[in-house]
Design a protein around this ligand. Structure first.
Ligand code: NAI
Length: 261
């Protein structure tokens, strides 16, 4: 039973691949809180993952879109605008590094892959926001959230070029948050989530150590995907209307810790 926090709101959710995906949990929570949603993912992910099952369960339309393809994003945003009238929230839950996936060390990056990492994982947020801006697709006080990781601020062996992608993603959220805030009171924030067992997360070398070290250091322990979904709901709701241009740590206190016994 939800609280009806998103009653009457309409949103787009990127990045639900399978039932471990953070976006999957966010979609379920948003529906539980009364929102109507459109799900989207890359065409290849739609063929591989279980998103159809989620769409049926939540009665949500699925619109394929590769975040690196301008026409796909334009089609997605304009279809959502015609269906909904206006959009109240968007979750950007997209990340991929071909360098990390192929196990390339940070001192031996392939630069075409590097481009792809930045395009998929960071520039896509700009492409999405710019498209919404030009098509005037977001409603007043709409809320846009992108998921990020603390490797944007600190170095983690194995996170590779995704560290730069996350730093850029957070910067885009601040910069566009400024423009879209002035223009239409739209909020743009990033949520910096604890390491979480998902397909993207497990691709990072030494991921098990990331998880257990973070869990030990955080006074409240690691935040789960479900807890992240609850936080996203609060950020999409009207209870957080003046929160914008922030990188919000959702990590059980990990980011403020030094050493612990
Ligand atoms: P996931 O693998 O379930 O989600 C990543 C999604 O990105 C997938 O649905 C994938 O299909 C999509 N994607 C990749 N390339 C795409 C493209 N070209 N066009 C459209 N979609 C594309 O993994 P997870 O962990 O749920 O990741 C979601 C977000 O959370 C990512 O931004 C990730 O970096 C971030 N995050 C994850 C953490 C973790 O430990 N799992 C920790 C902090 C942040």
């Amino acid at each position: 039973m939800g609280y009806g926090l998103l009653k009457g709101k309409k949103g787009i959710i990127f990045g639900a691949l399978d039932n471990r995906s953070i976006a999957w949990k966010v979609a379920e929570k948003c529906a539980e809180e009364g929102a109507e949603i459109i799900l989207t993912n890359a065409p290849v992910a739609l063929r591989m993952g279980g998103i159809k099952e989620l769409g049926e369960k939540l009665n949500a339309e699925i619109i394929p879109a590769d975040v690196t393809v301008m026409e796909d994003i334009e089609n997605l945003v304009s279809t959502a605008k015609s269906k909904f009238g206006g959009i109240d929230f968007v979750l950007h839950s997209v990340g991929m590094s071909p360098n990390v996936r192929k196990g390339r060390d940070y001192t031996n990056l392939n630069y075409e892959f590097y481009h792809k990492t930045l395009d998929i994982s960071a520039m896509s947020l700009h492409r999405l926001l710019q498209t919404c801006y030009k098509l005037d697709a977001l409603n007043e006080y709409a809320s846009v959230i992108a998921l990020t990781y603390i490797a944007a601020q600190r170095t983690y062996t194995g996170y590779g070029d995704m560290a730069e992608a996350k730093a850029m993603l957070e910067s885009i959220a601040r910069s566009f948050g400024h423009h879209y805030g002035k223009h239409k009171n739209v909020r743009v924030n990033t949520i910096s989530q604890s390491p979480t067992v998902t397909t993207a997360g497990s691709g990072v070398e030494g991921f098990e150590d990331f998880i257990s070290n973070a869990d030990k250091l955080s006074p409240l322990g690691n935040a789960t995907a479900e807890e992240c979904a609850n936080y996203c709901v609060s950020m999409f709701s009207d209870l957080t209307r003046k929160v914008t241009m922030q990188n919000l740590f959702h990590d059980g206190g990990y980011s403020s810790m030094g050493a612990a016994e």
